[in-house]
Design a protein around this ligand. Structure first.
Ligand code: SAM
Length: 281
């Protein structure tokens, strides 16, 4: 189908730091649309100013997205074209836009992606961890116990794990990760991608935690945390479950996990996490 640009919602990726990462096509679309919906209009104004783009803007953030949907549907019905941008990277990826895109598609208007920067993909592309399969977990819960529970559910996940994190939570999150995963698990922290102080550090979890504890001044800027997936277990899951079921019936959780780890040669942390899940049903 030929895209005449009328009544179209363009989902436009913007840079995650380096302004030169805005694509030629993104610039052309932003110049051509009738309106730009932005997560934070003031923040995006500086990007648009850099490219001499002057357009009517409307704000669309987590707290007003549902109200904005009807106004945007009306504009599309009137033949207008709208670009959706977020503060950085690809809209909808841990950013607003899901309700809008869903509603626009349901109303049978065109939705056209204009691809570009995304921190998770940029981080993965340079981390040196397996990328044939990965899972994107977005932001972990801020509270320690909820975070721990979520991570416990990922202990056996064999695919590379990708998390977004706020700078002030990097250290507490690494601490919780060390408690839940084996300290030898490989982790990559990608900070300030495409910016002046870009760094991509790859270490075993224990060492990564020690590094950031020793350098709290480095816990600044935006980060993506990537964890290597779980290695193929030497013992199959069903056998471990049978062993743990017997032990849990006779021993406290910690002791049961420790004996099972001894018997199977599996990592203590991982057996403990599995035993905990078994016990919680
Ligand atoms: N939509 C964005 C994208 O496509 O990547 C993500 C938005 S989310 C609200 C912001 C999070 O993305 C940050 O907390 C950080 O985890 C990650 N992020 C964004 N820019 C980054 C950068 N330049 N370097 C590292 N991580 C970044």
């Amino acid at each position: 189908m030929k895209n005449d640009g009328l009544s179209t919602l363009y989902v436009v990726a913007t840079p995650i730091g380096n302004l030169d990462d805005l694509s030629q096509r993104a610039i052309a679309v932003l110049q051509q649309v009738d309106k730009i919906a932005a997560e934070d209009t003031r923040h995006s104004a500086s990007l648009l100013k850099h490219y001499l783009i002057k357009k009517p803007m409307l704000s669309l953030h987590n707290f007003n997205e549902r109200e904005r949907v009807s106004a945007i549907l009306e504009a599309l019905a009137a033949g207008e074209s709208i670009a959706l941008i977020s503060d950085a990277g690809t809209p909808l990826i841990s950013d607003p836009g899901y309700h809008l895109v869903r509603a626009v598609r349901a109303a049978h208007f065109k939705v056209v992606p204009i691809p570009g920067a995304c921190a998770a993909i940029a981080a993965l592309s340079a981390a040196g961890l397996p990328t044939d399969k990965f899972i994107f977990e977005g932001f972990l819960p801020a509270k320690t116990e909820a975070k721990r529970q979520q991570l416990l559910g990922l202990v056996k996940e064999p695919r590379t794990l990708v998390f977004y994190e706020a700078p002030h939570r990097l250290l507490p999150t690494l601490q919780t990760m060390v408690e839940v995963f084996s300290g030898e698990r490989e982790v990559v922290v990608a900070r300030e991608l495409t910016k002046l102080y870009e760094s991509i550090l790859q270490l075993p979890l224990n060492d990564m935690l020690a590094y950031y504890e020793a350098h709290p001044e480095q816990c600044k800027g935006e980060v993506v945390i990537m964890l290597a997936g779980a290695k193929e277990a030497a013992t199959d899951q069903a056998a471990l479950e049978r062993i743990l079921t017997v032990l849990l019936a006779n021993l406290p959780l910690k002791q049961a996990a420790s004996v099972a780890a001894e018997l199977t040669g599996e990592r203590k942390n991982e057996v403990y996490a599995f035993a905990l899940r078994l016990k919680q049903g």
